[in-house]
Structures are given as C-alpha cells and as structure tokens.
Design a protein around this ligand. Structure first.
Ligand SMILES: Nc1ncnc2c1ncn2[C@@H]1O[C@H](COP(=O)(O)OP(=O)(O)OP(=O)(O)O)[C@@H](O)[C@H]1O
Ligand SMILES: O=C(O)c1ccc[n+]([C@@H]2O[C@H](COP(=O)([O-])O)[C@@H](O)[C@H]2O)c1
Length: 207
C-alpha cells in the first residue's frame, strides 16, 4: 500500500534532519565522525550526505566524476541506518550552491527542521558563498571543530549557528588523494569499501 501525501507529511513533521554537504573526493572518517557526533548531540533523526555536483569554489582543481564521489558516499554510509545520501546537487546540474541544496531539501521535507553541518574551514568561508544572508533562514548551521582550523563566530546572526567540538581527526580528502598518488595506504583513514572502490576505479593515481 502506498502512503497518502497526508501520511507522508505527518511522518516528516517535526523530523530533525541533518545535512552534511561536501565534495567527498573521497569521503573519509573525518566526515563520518562529524556527522555521527552532531546527530547524537542534536538528537537528529537522520543525516543526509549531499555530494556536490560542481563545487564552484574548487574550479581551479581537478575533481573526480560526480558518480564516483556519489558511490563512495553511498558505500561509506550504507551500514548506518541514520545516514542517507542525496543526489540533489548532482542531478540539478550547474554550480552547486547551498542555498539551492537547502531549498530543494525543504521542498522534499516541508515540515522538517534542517541542520546544516560544516567543518571550521568551510564555515570560515561562508560569507563568500552564494546568498549568505538567506542561508541562516534556511537552516540552523552547526560548525564543527577540525584540526588546523579555528572555529569562530565572526558575528553570525544571533542563534543561527552552533559551534561544537567533535573528536579531532586530522584527515583531509586532499591528503588521501596525495597518499594514493604516492602509493601510500589510506586504510583506516577512509572506510574499507572506499579504499577498495578507489583501487577498483584507479582514482587519484596521477596525483
Ligand atoms: N577531518 C574533518 N573534521 C571535521 N570536519 C571535516 C573534516 N574533513 C572535512 N570536514 C568538513 O566536511 C565538509 C566536506 O568537506 P570536503 O568534502 O571538502 O572534505 P575535505 O577533506 O575538506 O576535502 P579537500 O581536502 O579536498 O578540500 C566540510 O564542511 C568540511 O569542513
Ligand atoms: O553555496 C555556495 O556558494 C558554496 C560555496 C562553497 C561550498 N559550499 C558548500 O559547502 C559544503 C562543503 O564544500 P566543499 O567543497 O568544501 O566540500 C558543500 O555542501 C558545498 O556545496 C557552498
């Protein structure tokens, strides 16, 4: 039996939905720990990982095909019943703007509370994102600590951003890519299935 729209709306009412956006090239344990910690601290029902389609602020660097980044994100999150992956930023096409991500997720989840999770480095850049003034009305932002970056509030609108400490994992996608290019292991930096996917698809071999 399929659910009536009213049932679906009732089920999504009051849901607390975390949103973890990222290029995930590749996804690593720093991303997963941040999402897991925030889900616990903020009593989230679900965290949806949203791989970027075209990350316009990384246009000066080579980014792996969206389908590879999407599949690695699915592999990394598959075993956690609280985690899911959305294709919205990939399927929309064009440069990826978080204001669009949040508008689309709002349309899919009209009654959910949205919490956008971001590391300290990304949060520090947020005023350079598209329509920063709108973002804080679209979701509550949660900035998480990340080794090597300072987590500060430069004067965000009152009550719009929470800054939280998560277990420190000095892992970055840049470092994982560089390690693969040099033939060094990335076991335990990323989930095992992601190590195998990178090897199977021969990603990052050319530096
Ligand atoms: N080790 C980490 N601890 C906490 N947050 C992280 C960590 N790594 C990434 N993040 C956050 O996850 C989100 C997505 O990050 P992204 O996919 O760009 O990974 P990255 O490791 O920063 O990649 P790259 O090195 O290619 O820039 C961003 O908000 C980022 O700040
Ligand atoms: O909205 C923007 O203009 C914007 C600019 C840069 C980054 N973002 C978002 O920030 C998140 C982390 O991005 P990245 O590229 O650091 O992985 C991801 O969800 C991006 O879509 C968003």
């Amino acid at each position: 039996m399929t659910a009536e729209p009213a049932d679906r709306a009732a089920r999504s009412r009051g849901r607390r939905l975390g949103v973890m956006g990222g290029t995930f090239d590749p996804i690593h344990h720093g991303h997963l720990v941040a999402a897991s910690e925030v889900a616990n601290m903020f009593d989230l029902d679900e965290v949806v990982f949203v791989p970027t389609g075209r990350p316009w602020q990384k246009s000066d660097q080579l980014v792996s095909p969206a389908e590879d980044r999407y599949l690695m994100t699915v592999i990394a999150t598959a075993e956690n019943p609280q985690f899911s992956v959305s294709r919205i930023d990939i399927d929309r096409g064009g440069p990826t703007y978080t204001t669009d991500t949040l508008a689309d997720l709002r349309a899919e989840n009209p009654d959910a509370e949205l919490f956008f999770i971001t590391g300290a480095d990304a949060l520090n850049q947020i005023l350079s994102w598209r329509r920063p003034g709108d973002l804080f009305d679209q979701a509550h932002f949660i900035g998480v600590t990340r080794p090597g970056h300072t987590l500060t509030d430069p004067g965000f609108p009152a009550g719009s951003v929470s800054l939280v400490e998560v277990p420190a994992l000095a892992i970055s996608s840049t470092d994982c890519r560089a390690r693969v290019a040099k033939g060094q292991p990335i076991w335990y930096l990323v989930p095992d299935g992601v190590v195998r996917y990178i090897s199977k698809r021969r990603l990052y071999r050319d530096g």
